[in-house]
Design a protein around this ligand. Structure first.
Ligand code: HEM
Length: 443
């Protein structure tokens, strides 16, 4: 028997789940406990889990028992059929094995110089002394970082063309209707669907040309970007990845990594703007420990993906005391675990100190999901967040310009309701020794 849950009509539950994703499930948890069933329109029964022991059982279940890939099919028109995010079992493992070295933490360190340069350039353009919405600016920055560090694009016309077309493709995906397979079949070639198909063709052609250039360049293997690693990766039988596979994984990184990182950073600023004492501790942090704790706390309190990928049950499985039949969908509610007062006392308080002496737990801190589907870009995203927050804290203090922002859903991610609106003030920068000498000798 499925866990208890609301008896409201499916339509009402769907609206609640869609429009107030975190508040709605918190209310259901208060009523029904850590596991409950929801009925959503056109969906098999959905069971929401938030007990860390049960999540561990789900994350470690064999790949043939639970299928996260099947639930992400909606993304196929953008990311392509080879995308690691859409696959399950053997094919999933194979794509993951090909991609893992490219996203390995140590490998990421080599991208520090490039990410820092792009960050500094972006921060140069942030206005001081009047209100500014940081979210759109952070979206621009995370897009640029992915195009340069993952796609391996150098500055120039190809980068400009791809930025333009990829932005159009992503905004097409923002509308839920565009991703419905029925709509795609019926409207193929017409209106915005026609434009989308044309844009996708330009993107594909540019990416295949980029790969051909790289394959022909004898020095390309020395490059630090993710594309260089994918071009060098080989399948079990020694054959290289096909251009189509690489294209799909690049697009996957963009879809999975651009909006998520931008929103996480936007929440960081939104929270910092209302916590001057945290900004002061951050400014005085020399060994990076406080910065690390701050990032963990931002991602706990505001997980931009409140749930991991839904797991579709393929074979009967018992989790905790409950047996789930094939066809059930299991939702792993990271946001609920993160606000469980038995795990995090005063869970709604923003308090980076809670992570100073406690490392995040594998099954209690879940912004990147877990198990064999854990976010491949976690090291990439964490490096980027560290660099951006450190650079911004050195330059600015951040103040709120209004009440605490609500959260809103943008397709799959949660973002600050007013776009992380803040006002920046320039910090007095410590004078570098060379400049100080210059002042001394000046007449
Ligand atoms: C703050 C930023 C990010 C957050 C919060 C985030 C979160 C997540 C989550 C929750 C999942 C699903 C995990 C699961 O179901 O267990 C995921 C999967 C994934 N993410 Fe991220 N992500 C971020 C950034 C990135 C970046 C920058 C990239 C790539 C450059 C990336 C690439 C991926 C990929 C490829 C998957 C699919 C993994 C698989 O199915 O095996 N993510 N991410």
């Amino acid at each position: 028997m499925l866990p208890p849950g609301s008896r409201m009509p499916a339509l009402v539950q769907t609206i609640g789940w869609w429009s107030r994703p975190t508040v709605y499930v918190e209310r259901l948890r208060a009523r029904y406990g850590k596991r409950f069933t929801m009925r959503l329109l056109g969906q098999p029964p959905v069971v929401v889990l938030s007990d860390p022991d049960e999540l561990r059982e789900v994350f470690t279940a064999p790949p043939e028992v639970l299928h996260p890939g099947e639930g992400a099919r909606l993304l196929e028109p953008i990311v392509g059929a080879n995308s690691v995010i859409l696959l399950d079992e053997g094919p999933h493992l194979e794509q993951r094995r090909l991609m893992l070295p490219a996203f390995h933490g140590e490998r990421m360190q080599r991208l520090t110089g490039l990410m820092t340069e792009l960050t500094e350039r972006e921060l140069d353009s942030w206005p001081v002394g009047h209100p500014v919405e940081l979210h759109p600016r952070l979206q621009g920055l995370t897009m640029e970082i992915i195009l340069r560090a993952v796609f391996g694009l150098d500055e120039g016309e190809r980068l400009d063309r791809l930025r333009d077309k990829l932005t159009a493709i992503l905004s097409f995906g923002d509308s839920p209707v565009s991703l419905l397979p029925v709509a795609q079949k019926l409207l193929s070639g017409r209106g915005r669907f026609g434009r989308f198909e044309a844009d996708r063709k330009v993107v594909d052609d540019e990416l295949y040309a980029l790969m051909a250039d790289r394959r022909a360049d004898p020095n390309a293997a020395d490059r630090d970007d993710v594309l260089a690693m994918l071009l060098a990766a080989t399948h079990g039988d020694g054959t290289p990845m096909a251009d189509e596979e690489i294209r799909d994984e690049l697009l996957t990184a963009l879809v999975a990594g651009h909006e998520t990182t931008a929103s996480s950073l936007a929440f960081a600023f939104e929270l910092l703007a209302r916590a001057p004492h945290v900004q002061e501790r951050l400014a005085a942090d020399e060994d990076g420990r406080y910065l690390e704790a701050l990032i963990h706390e931002v991602m706990r309190l505001r997980p931009v993906l409140p749930n991991a990928e839904p797991r579709l049950v393929k074979q009967e499985i018992t989790i905790g005391q409950t047996t789930y039949e094939p066809g059930t969908v299991l939702i792993l509610a990271a946001a609920l675990v993160h606000t469980d007062p038995t795990i995090y006392p005063e869970p709604k308080a923003f308090r980076p100190e809670r992570f100073l002496d406690n490392k995040p737990g594998t099954y209690t801190w879940l912004p990147f999901g877990g198990g064999r589907r854990r976010c491949l870009g976690a090291s990439f995203a964490l490096l980027e967040m560290r660099l951006v927050l450190r650079a911004a804290a050195e330059r600015f203090t951040v103040e709120a310009t209004g009440p605490r922002e609500t959260t809103k859903r943008r397709m799959i991610t949660i973002t600050p309701g007013d776009g992380a609106r803040v006002q920046l003030t320039a910090r007095e920068r410590p004078v570098a020794p060379a400049e100080a000498d210059g002042v001394l000798v000046a007449p």
